[in-house]
Design a protein around this ligand. Structure first.
Ligand code: 9MG
Length: 287
């Protein structure tokens, strides 16, 4: 059984799948560019997502969409730290900081974040050393290339084993600085330097990334792997995203990163009721 150790003696039991809700605090998600009211509305949105069934709120101030511009350290800190502090005051939920910058990681954990979600797998300057000193779980994501260029011509000789080789190398780098591999979550990085065919091969084989005792996170919500397959705009990708979330969970991913929390929660509940059965009061059987 995998249990992540969180700050202040708390734990996250990964024997059941968890929903990680996306909370972007980038200027396009703030209509007024980041005032008190907009921080409040980000916190209220997080509280709503928790009510809908999320257990983890993933707060990010840098867009990693293909072609997205780089964000300065100052801007990223100004976006995420007030939201983490305000959410921590109002909830004991699991707060994840979506960043690749060492200084953001450190200040976010000091402000109350519990988990680091790094799409660059601690390869930016000082990130590995900083994360090692913070003693929180870390999600290491695989990406071929950099967000600005990663979709130009992704190429692999052997997709699954190249991703796993990368994970082994990053886990070893973490262990060499004293990070316990039981605190590491692996994420194959849907859409990050992958063609449509690569993404569906990864989804089909997502259990192959459960290596070295680590659990797997899947993030495919509203991505182009749904849109391009179905010819759907971003706001028409709900059904495809739910199908992807269910497949990932059924194949063993333990954290599903999504935008549509309420709907994903319903889908996972139906699957869990079927899988585990219900007692005579309609509650999910435990164990
Ligand atoms: C920040 N971010 C955007 N997409 C992501 C994904 O698929 N996984 C993780 N871990 N983070 C992501």
């Amino acid at each position: 059984m995998s249990i992540l150790k969180l700050p202040r003696g708390r734990e996250l039991d990964l024997s059941q799948p968890h929903i990680m809700a996306v909370l972007n605090v980038t200027p396009d998600s703030f209509s007024d560019g980041g005032s008190h009211t907009s921080y409040d509305s980000a916190v209220n949105k997080a509280l709503e997502l928790l009510k809908q069934g999320a257990t983890i709120i993933d707060i990010g101030g840098e867009s990693t969409r293909p072609g997205a511009p780089d964000v300065s350290l100052e801007d990223e800190l100004n976006r995420v730290i007030p939201v983490i502090k305000a959410l921590r005051e109002r909830s004991d939920c699991v707060i994840s900081i979506d960043t690749s910058k060492a200084k953001v990681m450190a200040q976010a954990v000091a402000a109350g974040a519990d988990l680091i979600n790094d799409v660059r797998a601690l390869q930016e300057p000082d990130a590995l050393q900083t994360a090692a000193g913070l003693n929180v779980p870390i999600c290491l994501m695989h990406m071929q290339g950099q967000p600005r260029t990663m979709q130009s011509a992704p190429k692999y000789d052997n997709l699954i084993s190249e991703i796993n080789d990368f994970f082994i190398q990053r886990i070893q780098a973490c262990e060499s600085l004293g990070i316990d591999k039981k605190q590491i979550i692996l994420d194959p990085g849907f859409g990050f330097g992958k063609t449509l065919a690569h993404n569906y091969e990864i989804l089909n084989q997502i259990d192959a990334f459960k290596i070295m005792g680590c659990e797997v996170l899947a993030g495919l919500s509203r991505k182009s792997m749904i849109g391009n397959l179905l010819s759907r705009d971003t706001d028409e990708r709900l059904a495809g995203s739910l199908a992807g979330a269910l497949i990932a969970a059924q194949k063993g991913a333990k954290i599903i990163r999504v935008h549509d929390v309420a709907q994903t929660s319903d889908v996972l509940k139906v699957w869990q009721a079927c899988e585990k059965g219900l007692d005579n009061k309609g509650n999910l059987n435990v164990g």
